[in-house]
Design a protein around this ligand. Structure first.
Ligand code: 2RA
Length: 330
């Protein structure tokens, strides 16, 4: 199968190529697409070199699927062109996520909503994906009333420039700033732009995307998203209030049976999820599972996942795998 990767030279685009290769997705040809300044550059996929081409050349090559990770503006401009040419787009930007005519998919939660009619499929925000993997199975059993989440997000979520900024600061080298403030030895309580309600766009993504993926607008959720100087993944402190009471052992049993979720929760042996150990893994790790003793029916937990993998590339490739398995693409 011919696969186009739009934004192939970025952090997520390179991870898409790595994950397609690792998971042995049946790729006959990779069509890497990037901005004009990268056209002609070479990328390597399965030991073969491919030249970066323009979007028009990629459409003319008629891939079955195009995985986009090139920002919202590019997706708004280009995804419809690919779709009109019969190419199924899996888009990692926020451009289409809340469009009621587009599906927003975490395969373990709601892949079953996908049909042949879906030509532009939205990949959710990284911090939302890892959280809903844990929330959904618990919601099905105990019904979630309200969630309070605080995130500790990796600089890789911003892209190459942010990683470079952190490395420069660590080496005491002057360079371009991806953030308004130094990131090393810091915690910046702003991810994406501020909205009129005083929340950031990232925080509102967590609210709105969670409801859309789980398919329940009654879930109340409030988020504070913070950027921290780590590489391996995003971490989240999540407080979940249910309509119904729960049993901690049963919660652990449900989560350990949930696809894509791994429990790391053994406090006696200091076992809990961390970005350092989640790095380069496809699973979402959950630990510090405990009852909130300040109010009834409420649980605390700590969720960590590699934001470039399950939070972006792996989720997108899993969507493609589902489409292939169901014969929606061929
Ligand atoms: C971040 N959620 O971590 C973004 C990336 N999609 O900034």
């Amino acid at each position: 199968m011919k696969i186009a990767v739009v934004g192939a030279t970025g952090l997520v685009g390179s991870k898409m190529l790595q994950v397609l290769e690792e998971r042995n997705f049946p790729v006959s040809e990779i069509i890497p697409v990037a901005s004009e300044k990268s056209i002609g550059k070479e990328i390597t996929f399965k030991n073969k070199k491919y030249k970066v081409v323009s979007a028009d050349d990629a459409i003319a090559a008629k891939p079955a699927v195009a995985i986009f990770s090139a920002g919202g503006g590019t997706s708004l401009a280009l995804a419809p062109k690919f779709a009109e040419a019969g190419i199924t787009v899996i888009d990692n930007s926020s451009a289409w996520r809340m469009d009621p005519s587009k599906k927003l998919v975490v395969p373990e939660v709601n892949a079953n909503v996908l049909t042949k009619e879906d030509k532009i499929i939205a990949n959710p925000n990284c911090s939302t994906i890892q959280m809903v993997l844990v929330l959904n199975p618990l919601h099905q059993k105990y019904k979630i009333k309200r969630v309070v989440v605080s995130t500790y997000q990796s600089v890789t979520g911003t892209g190459v420039k942010a990683v470079q900024q952190m490395e420069n600061e660590r080496k005491n080298v002057q360079g371009e700033m991806a953030y308004k403030y130094p990131i090393d030895k810091n915690a910046i309580p702003q991810i994406d732009v501020f909205l009129e309600n005083g929340y950031t766009k990232e925080e509102m993504k967590m609210v709105n995307e969670t409801r859309k993926i789980i398919g329940d607008n009654s879930i109340q959720l409030t988020a504070t998203c913070v950027r921290i100087p780590v590489i391996g993944g995003h971490s989240e402190s999540v407080n979940i209030e249910f309509e119904n009471d729960f049993d901690i052992d049963e919660v652990k049993k449900i989560l350990s049976a949930s696809p894509g979720v791994v429990i790391q929760d053994d406090i006696e042996n200091f076992v809990y999820p961390m970005p350092l150990t989640a790095h380069e893994k496809d699973e979402t790790f959950v630990g510090r599972i405990r009852r909130d003793e300040s109010q009834p029916n409420t649980l605390n937990c700590w969720i960590v996942s590699d934001n470039l993998r399950k939070g972006a590339a792996t989720n997108a490739v899993q969507i493609a795998e589902y489409l292939l398995e169901k014969g929606i693409i061929s």
